[in-house]
Design a protein around this ligand. Structure first.
Ligand SMILES: *Cc1c(COP(=O)(O)O)cnc(C)c1O
Ligand SMILES: [Zn+2]
Length: 482
């Protein structure tokens, strides 16, 4: 055995349709199955050959790469052989994605929750969400295709609840010619920060009135009829890249996944799919010997996956899209998740190996989501509303007796600043009724003006400073020195 830092292995990957089992060559850019419209997985037909090395070799290999300064190994491609082992190093795009830290809750928060919890801060990715993981992989693959086919123009398109478009626009701006980026957003349903991102990256930003599901239908029409590269998470290359989240979680805990529970918000269900797939791969290679439990979390305002799994027996389950209502977990506000067939596929395998209850979906209320975020951030985290959804999910799981001694790892899928408008609505009690959120005093915070602006006009500079300082002293009740 050798611990090769630079991967020499090349797999033979194919698209595999979950609808009709058709297989397609990866030298073509496929979004959905041309035969049945189903979603794809990407499979390495030679995956079994990786088992010639045992789990210990793989652990050492991935650990050795953790200190590599080579750009093609610094990001998510540290796990090259089990992700997209068909790319050449020169095509790998690295913008600093991945290797996001896992931060344990403070003592005070742990005591409050009564359970051990950590956040994995995926908001510390370059465009401030986990979407960069999938986008790094999708763009690396696109670069490889461009080189292979000599294409002189590639138009990438995505519909988005905000973060996919921010990531797509960022990577497109970096890779540049011949790749350009168009993003399609539901008008008024992404935050100002998320809208600013693709605009700043120079993407063409198109708005459609309605919600994400409406944008998705437009994109599907484009995919079926025009020559465009679709970057939604239906694109199987994105799922591959997002598997890196699972690999990193395992590595962070020294590959020990016993008594761990991973909480993930579910929107279009790409992320939870990728995370299950990732842990299954590690398990299959003997890199981990226990699967962590996975808890998907959905708001009661957008909960089709929860509704499906609510029936304990598989024969009683029935998938039905739902009409969403406004949610502070806006990035997950999706009524008809495109990756639902993938969730089913991996959840079955996950439960077969990990036992009943190793994959579950928890439903939470809007009030609990926003207060989950506020509670986390008051204790030094940088969670977005979707991360708040995870904490709400953990609290609910504990109340239901589903979590007792395990350590929970919560996905803070984006940076808190991307969704800061929801905090503002909470603090100023300005949520529209549809959210069903009533602020509690204990969570509200607001700036306090200590001196009127007119005083600045009236007083000399010295007097003004003194008066302002005295106002601060009075507000804080400070004691004089000595
Ligand atoms: C996209 C997104 C989600 C939802 O992830 P899916 O893969 O669509 O289930 C959750 N949180 C944030 C911040 C996102 O950008
Ligand atoms: Zn098919």
């Amino acid at each position: 055995m050798s611990i090769d830092i630079f991967p020499s292995y090349r797999g033979s990957m194919e698209y595999y349709c979950l609808g009709c089992s058709a297989r397609y060559d990866i030298n073509e850019l496929h979004y959905t199955c041309p035969k049945c419209g189903g979603v794809f997985l990407l499979e390495d037909l030679d995956f079994e050959a990786l088992k010639e090395d045992d789990g210990e070799v793989w652990r050492k290999r991935f650990d050795a790469r953790a200190c590599s300064k080579d750009a093609s190994l610094r990001g998510i491609f540290r796990y090259y052989e089990i992700m997209a082992p068909v790319l050449d190093p020169e095509d790998i795009v690295f913008l600093g994605e991945g290797h996001t830290p896992i931060i344990p809750a403070s003592k005070a928060l742990t005591e409050k929750l009564g359970v051990s919890m950590s956040y994995k801060n995926d908001g510390q990715n370059p465009s401030a969400s986990f979407k960069d993981r999938g986008m790094a992989c999708a763009f690396s693959y696109l670069k490889a295709l461009v080189r292979k086919h000599g294409w002189d123009s590639v138009l990438t398109v995505c519909a988005s609840t905000g973060d996919t478009s921010a990531a797509a626009a960022l990577y497109a701006a970096y890779v540049g010619d011949p790749i350009t980026s168009v993003v399609i957003l539901p008008q008024g349903k992404v935050t100002p920060q998320q809208l600013a991102q693709p605009l700043g990256s120079g993407a063409v930003v198109l708005e459609v009135p309605g919600v994400f599901d409406d944008c998705m239908k437009v994109v599907e029409h484009l995919a079926d009829n025009y020559r465009v590269a679709l970057l939604n998470s239906k694109n199987a290359w994105r799922i591959l890249g997002q598997e890196s989240y699972a690999f990193e979680v395992a590595q962070w805990y020294n590959w020990e996944m016993a008594d761990k529970a991973v909480f993930v918000p579910i929107g279009n269900a790409g992320n939870v799919t990728a995370i299950m797939s990732g842990f299954l791969k590690l398990h299959s290679l003997g890199v981990i010997d226990t699967l962590p439990r996975i808890f998907g979390v959905q708001s009661s305002h957008a909960d089709p996956v929860y509704r499906y799994y609510k029936a304990p027996k598989s024969e009683d389950r029935k998938y039905e899209p739902v009409s969403v209502t406004p949610s502070v977990a806006q990035a997950a506000m999706i009524g008809n998740p495109v990756s639902f067939p993938r969730v089913k596929y991996f959840a079955d395998r996950y439960e077969a190996l990990g036992g009943a209850g190793s994959f579950q979906v928890i439903q939470v209320e809007e009030q609990a989501i926003i207060e989950g975020m506020l509670l986390a951030n008051r204790h030094g985290h940088i969670s977005c509303t979707q991360g708040g959804e995870c904490l709400a999910g953990l609290i609910a799981a504990k109340e239901l007796g589903l979590i007792t001694t395990e350590t929970a790892i919560l996905d803070a899928t984006a940076h808190s600043l991307k969704f800061i408008g929801f905090q503002d609505m909470y603090f100023t009690d300005s949520f529209p009724d549809a959210y069903g959120i009533t602020p509690k005093k204990e969570f509200v915070n607001a700036p306090e003006l200590v001196i009127e602006a007119a005083e600045k006009e009236r007083l000399s500079e010295k007097e003004y400073t003194l008066k302002a300082a005295e106002a601060v002293v009075a507000r804080l009740g400070l004691d004089r020195k000595g």
